[in-house]
Ligand binder design. Structure first.
Ligand code: GDP
Length: 706
């Protein structure tokens, strides 16, 4: 069966927003208007279609990054053509869900990898918020074409002018309004389309009917001025249009839309739209803009990767008859079918029952069942094509970030890089029965989420879970309870410290035992030195002429690695260190792998002691937004927390503080900030880097571990 919707009528996009800006409400309206959702559920009633996990519903935040397929015929298509040319005018949308909470930034990043364009939603009262800036920068990194939607214009305190200005000042000066709101707050009544120079409002219980209205007289001048500005901005991007315009010719609607599309795709212009998702105004026009200005897979450069063996660059075009390539971007536990692996096809066609080569793992798996996810049901399909997003059922070895392709024509797509977890807690099953289920539950959750790690302490039998923040771990423990029915006691969150060395050192390790029977003999000399940040652990073998036989080299490395993971000062893993094995000796009879492993471990421990070992702690990049009058208290508190204030930005009514603060000092900051600012302060936090702790703090950490 060939594809029904040609690539130029496909849009893979996401809705990105600061938490509470109205992403869930907007997504719901999208699903409703696109004919999928037949009832508009309200977030506070917990009926949001995208929030399909119980817990997300309760917290009112969207955590997972699923993708939903829906269809849209632009609202400007004439009544006649809606019927007569239905097929030609219908677009397939794959709406990729992105989370809003800062602890889940990694989810935003990973969804940016698979979406082609984004709708960025803003709260019309707050304008640009700290999280919007973070996400905007990520979208910049991936050059994602964007349109903005200033939502909530019906709310008391809403201001289109201020919100629009904040987008231009803080995000991108090339943002340009293609609409103006009619009225504001309680009087928000409709929208002027500056390209068509027509005004519209919506009618019907759910605003499903778009009705033209006259442009209010008192707005005619403002609309003309805004249109003028818009046209000037657009024609700048096309020489011919510019010439005509300068010669006094009014550009046609079709020309304006064509050039605006081109400029938006190149991220030279960011169209700004307005509305109120809650009051059912403007969302249909956002969907029209997705069609008009966001890319289809054909508008993108070819997908780049490398050949897994030769490392040569390889490119793939989004063609159905090209070799298959796809990226698995999300693994989700599913109550009905076990596990779902969401993937985006970059090239080729995937047929049900065919074999998929997982290039990342070097393994082959069969594509048993392929699903396309709709908001409230799932469709089993036989084929998926270039540009499509779907889910594979029950894949065993495929995890997030893996490239899928064919064995004959393999390509390895760029990896999604996930940060190391910075915080950990001890968890303990409540009963014996829980103990058995807990292992399974944790493994499944870790498969889904690459920033969530599970480890055991063999000495104490404890289980430690690690992640990107307090909320991240809380959410996972909650899911364990709900989805896997495992009850557990959770310890206090702990910072994931690391250790490293500051200088080069050499040492030998000698493990010799000669009491009765067969003895033990292992002897190595190693040199260790600091590596660049982020390089991890490296082992080099410089043994020549059989000073140590080949079969004992690997065991030596293993021994060193074990010692590295056990730490030097306080038992935290050592990072960014290189160990070189350069000499040693062996015994014909007594030497064994075990003896060399011991020797390697001993050598590392003794070398590390002389190599200036230090403890590293995670430093967070923190942005605090507060009303002016609290500036003194809040900056004083940041300094007391060993924080470094990098910048204080003066914005209308508020101050925005950028600082680097150790994670260890940030526990409970939400509560503290609330009490310092009468609930009016806000902050966001993300991992910045590991840095050496001050001596006094290091001593405390070491004492605490003893
Ligand atoms: P999310 O956190 O970005 O997903 O935001 P939600 O869609 O959950 O919205 C947060 C809150 O704002 C909810 O109480 C919504 O009912 C409300 N909300 C969303 N859109 C609008 C809007 O256009 N106008 C008003 N007044 N409230 C809105």
């Amino acid at each position: 069966m060939p594809r029904i919707y040609p690539l130029e009528r496909l849009r893979d996009f996401g809705i990105i927003a600061h938490i509470d800006a109205g992403k869930t409400t907007t997504s719901e309206r999208v699903l409703f208007y696109t004919g999928i959702s037949h009832k508009i559920g309200e977030v506070h009633e917990g009926a949001a279609v995208m929030d399909w996990m119980d817990q997300e519903r309760e917290r009112g935040i969207t955590i997972t990054s699923a993708a939903t397929t829906c269809f849209w015929m632009p609202s400007y298509i004439s009544e006649e053509d809606r019927v007569a040319k239905k097929q030609e005018n219908t677009f397939r949308f794959n709406l990729i869900d992105t989370p809003g909470h800062i602890d889940f930034t990694v989810e935003v990043k990973r969804s940016l990898r698979v979406l082609d364009g984004a709708v960025v939603v803003f709260d019309g009262v707050a304008g640009v918020e700290p999280q919007s800036e973070t996400n905007w920068r990520y979208a910049d990194e991936y050059s994602v074409p964007r349109i903005c939607f200033i939502n909530k214009l019906d709310r008391t305190g809403a201001s289109f002018e201020k919100s629009f200005a904040s987008i231009r000042e803080r995000l991108n000066p090339n943002a340009i309004a293609i609409q103006l709101p009619i009225g504001s707050e309680g009087d928000f009544a409709g929208i002027i389309d500056l390209l068509r120079m027509q005004a519209f409002t919506s009618e019907g219980e759910r605003g499903e009917k778009i009705v033209e209205m006259p442009i209010p007289e008192n707005m005619v001048e403002a609309a003309k001025a805004a249109r003028h500005e818009l046209i000037e901005k657009i024609v700048e991007n096309d020489e011919q249009l510019m010439e005509k315009y300068l010669a006094g010719e009014e550009p046609s609607l079709a020309d304006l839309k064509r050039v605006l599309r081109k400029a938006t795709l190149e991220v030279k212009i960011i169209p700004v739209l307005v509305g109120s998702a809650l009051k059912n105004k403007g969302v249909q026009f956002v969907l029209d803009a997705v069609v008009d200005y966001l890319p289809s897979p054909l508008d993108l450069p070819p997908t780049k990767g490398t050949h897994p063996e030769s490392g040569e660059p390889v490119e793939r075009l989004p063609k159905d008859d090209a070799p298959f390539s796809a990226l698995a971007f999300k693994v989700a536990a599913d109550p009905f079918v076990g596990s779902l692996t969401f993937f985006r096809v970059y090239s080729g066609t995937l047929k049900k029952g065919s074999y998929i080569y997982n290039v990342t793992k070097g393994e082959t798996e069969r594509a048993g069942r392929i699903l396309r996810m709709h908001a409230n049901d799932r469709e089993e399909v036989d084929e998926l094509y270039a540009g499509d997003i779907g889910a594979l059922v029950g894949m065993k070895n495929t995890t997030t970030g893996d490239t899928l392709s064919t064995q004959e024509d393999p390509i390895l797509l760029e990896k999604i890089i996930f940060p190391e977890p910075v915080i950990s807690v001890r968890i303990e099953p409540k009963t014996k029965a829980d103990q058995e289920k807990m292992g399974v539950a944790l493994r499944k959750l870790a498969d889904e989420d690459p920033t969530f790690r599970v480890s055991g302490n063999p000495d104490t039998g404890e289980t430690i879970i690690a992640g990107m923040g307090e909320l991240h771990l809380e959410v996972l423990v909650e899911r364990m309870k709900r989805e896997f029915k495992v009850e557990a006691n959770v310890g206090r969150p702990q910072v994931s410290y690391k250790e490293t060395i500051k200088k080069e050192a050499q040492a030998e390790g000698k493990y010799v035992k000669q009491s009765g029977g067969r003895g033990q003999y292992g002897h190595v000399k190693i040199r260790i030195e600091p590596l660049e940040i982020g390089k991890g652990f490296e082992f080099v073998n410089e043994i020549k002429g059989g000073t140590i036989p080949q079969e004992y080299i690997n065991p030596t490395e293993k021994g060193i690695k074990e010692a590295v993971s056990r730490g030097i000062l306080a038992g935290y893993p050592v990072i960014d260190v290189k160990a070189t094995l350069y000499d040693g000796s062996f015994h014909e009879v007594d030497s064994s792998e075990a003896a060399f492993k011991m020797a390697g471990s001993m050598a590392f421990k003794s070398a590390a002691q002389q190599a200036g070992p230090v403890i590293l702690e995670p430093i967070m990049s923190v942005q605090v937004t507060i009303p002016d009058q609290y500036l003194g208290d809040v900056t004083g508190d940041i300094s007391a927390k060993r924080g470094r204030i990098e910048n204080i930005d003066d914005r209308p009514m508020v101050k925005v503080i950028d600082a680097f603060v150790p994670l260890a000092e940030m526990f409970g900051y939400a509560t503290k900030l609330r009490s310092m600012t009468q609930g009016r302060g806000n902050y966001t936090m993300e991992f910045h880097a590991y840095e050496e702790v001050p001596r006094s703090v290091g001593e405390e950490i070491i004492a605490g571990r003893k």
